[in-house]
Design a binder for this molecule. Structure first.
Ligand code: GSH
Length: 202
C-alpha cells in the first residue's frame, strides 16, 4: 500500500501527480499549513523528525525527500521513467535529480527569505538574482527538442524539475525562459496532472 503525507501548496504536489501517472492505488493523508506562519503542522513531526512533506509510506517503509520518493516509485512501478543504469542518459538523470533539490532550490529559497528582509537584504539581491538566472538558464538549456528533460518522454527528472519550473513562472520569468514555460504548460496539460489537481488537495 502507498500512503502520501501531503502538505497543501508544497513540493508534495509533484508526488501526487507522479502517483496519478504510475496508476498504483494510494491513499493521501492531508495536512494544512498554519494560516499565520505558513509552516507545516506539528502532526508531520510525529511522522518524521524533520516534519516536512512529501513523505511516502510504501508497504510500511517511510520514504522522505522528493527525489528519493520519485526514484523509488519509478524504479518499482514505472521503470521506463528512468534511463537504463548503464547509459549516459542515466548520468544526466542523476545530475538533474540532485540539481532539482540540491542546487536550484538554494537561490529560490534565498530569494524568498532575503526578500522578507526588505532594505536590509538589498546587498544580497544582485548575487541571488544572478544565481537564480544561471540556474533557470541551465534548466532552459537542458530541455530537449521534445520538450522533456533527459528522455523524449516523461521521466523522473520531469517530475522533479516541474516544481522549480513552476517557480520560474511564478517569479515572472516565463518570457525570459519560454521553453520552460512550454514545459510547464505541457506537464500541466497531462491527464494525470489534471487528475491530481482535481483531487482538490492544492
Ligand atoms: N528536500 C525536501 C524538502 C521538503 C520540504 O522542505 N518541504 C516543504 C514543503 S515545499 C515543507 O514541508 N515545509 C513546511 C515547513 O517547513 O514547515 C524534499 O524534496 O522533499
Amino acid at each position: 500500500m502507498i500512503r502520501l503525507h501531503h502538505l497543501n501548496r508544497s513540493r508534495s504536489h509533484r508526488i501526487l501527480w507522479l502517483l496519478e501517472e504510475i496508476g498504483q492505488p494510494y491513499e493521501v493523508i492531508a495536512y494544512a499549513r498554519d494560516a499565520k506562519t505558513n509552516l507545516a503542522p506539528a502532526e508531520l513531526l510525529e511522522v518524521h523528525p524533520l516534519g516536512k512533506s512529501p513523505m511516502v509510506e510504501i508497504d510500511d517503509r517511510l520514504v522522505t525527500e522528493s527525489a528519493a520518493i520519485t526514484e523509488v516509485l519509478c524504479t518499482r512501478f514505472a521503470p521506463q521513467m528512468i534511463p537504463d543504469a548503464a547509459s549516459d542518459a542515466h548520468i544526466t538523470h542523476l545530475e538533474l535529480m540532485h540539481f532539482a533539490e540540491g542546487s536550484v532550490m538554494t537561490p529560490v529559497l534565498l530569494n524568498l527569505y532575503v526578500g522578507r528582509l526588505g532594505e536590509a537584504g538589498a546587498p544580497l539581491h544582485p548575487r541571488i538574482q544572478a544565481e537564480l538566472h544561471s540556474h533557470f538558464a541551465y534548466m532552459e538549456r537542458m530541455l530537449r527538442p521534445s520538450g522533456h528533460f533527459v528522455q523524449d518522454d516523461l521521466s523522473a527528472a520531469d517530475i522533479m524539475l516541474s516544481f522549480p519550473a513552476e517557480i520560474v513562472l511564478r517569479l515572472g520569468f516565463g518570457d525570459t525562459f519560454p521553453r520552460l514555460a512550454d514545459f510547464v504548460a505541457a506537464m500541466q496539460a497531462r491527464p494525470a496532472y489534471a487528475r491530481a489537481v482535481a483531487l482538490g488537495y492544492e
